[in-house]
Design a protein. Structure first.
Length: 293
């Protein structure tokens, strides 16, 4: 387990999967990140797939490949390439295990940097091959709700900055697995760009916001001064999720570049909606910040 620290915050990151496991507010003495038993993860990295692929498969150059839910990073040990007191970079390079699912040479470098305002996460994807490389990328942090044990889940709200009008999301079908139907539905019927949290909202499954242009999202309650605001302007999509079948004290706020499949047949990744197509030997960096109070 890797620890980084500054005057305000302390973070712990597991090299296995590059998963953020703790993010401590040192002055107030509490953890923002979920560590409960009801869901055994904390903040998975999603690459090169987001969500479920139809039949857990996809198509590339006429060949069908297997792909686990959310890709394979969670099952990989990453290597530390740089570490200082307040920052660390973890690297995953293509290997025999990844090529079973994904026939590309690539480098994924994930940098965690503590700031006076919170935590920055940077994801640099490099295509080490001589041809175009399709992929999706996402981050899946789970935040304790209530924050610092103050109030209850349904006393909290999520505010969306950068959109106008009611918040919309993609309709989800839960059987056989969570997939998109390709349709949209209203998440809120108001125009103030806020979602008042309640567990019923998540019974149908994850909520992938379909409004374009979201710049940031903020988790807060009028009953506490503590909050989490995420600058996600470099990501095109964001998902909210908590367990559908159990009322748990966490909310995942997940910036995505990419989508889960629409229910149907395995999809050709060179043409899949939301996928990034990275040119040969190019690098793309996607970064977001958690502003914590």
């Amino acid at each position: 387990m890797i620890k980084i620290e500054n005057a305000d915050f302390r973070a712990e990151i597991d090299e296995h999967g590059a998963q953020l496991t703790h993010l401590i507010n040192k002055k107030a003495g509490f953890d923002y990140i979920w560590n409960g038993k009801e869901w055994g993860k904390h903040a998975p990295v999603l690459f090169p797939a987001i969500g479920r692929s139809n039949d857990d498969q996809y198509v590339l150059d006429g060949k069908t490949y297997e792909m686990p839910q959310h890709g394979f990073v969670s099952d990989q040990d990453l290597t530390v390439s740089h570490q200082s007191e307040n920052a660390v970079t973890l690297v995953l390079k293509a290997n025999a295990a990844t090529k079973k699912y994904y026939p590309f040479d690539f480098t994924l470098a994930i940098t965690f940097t503590l700031l006076s305002t919170g935590l920055s996460l940077s994801f640099a994807v490099t295509n080490d091959t001589d041809k175009e490389m399709p992929y999706s990328l996402g981050s899946h942090p789970a935040f304790n709700v209530p924050i610092n044990g103050v109030a209850k889940f349904d006393n909290y709200r999520v505010k969306f900055v950068g959109i106008e009008g009611p918040v919309k999301n993609y309709e989800i079908v839960k059987t056989p697995h969570p997939y998109r139907t390709g349709k949209e539905e209203l998440l809120t019927d108001n125009r103030n760009n806020e979602l008042e949290l309640n567990y019923e909202t998540f019974k149908p499954g994850l909520r992938i916001i379909s409004n374009p242009g979201i710049k940031s999202i903020k988790l807060y309650s009028p009953l506490t001064s503590h909050s989490v605001e995420m600058d996600i302007s470099q990501f095109k999509n964001v998902c909210l999720w908590t367990k559908e079948d159990e009322d748990c004290a966490f909310l995942c706020m997940e910036p995505f570049n990419g989508f889960p499949d629409v229910l149907g047949e395995p999809v050709d990744w060179m043409h899949k909606e939301g996928n990034i197509i990275l040119p040969a030997h190019a690098t793309k960096v996607s970064q977001y910040e958690m502003h914590l109070s």
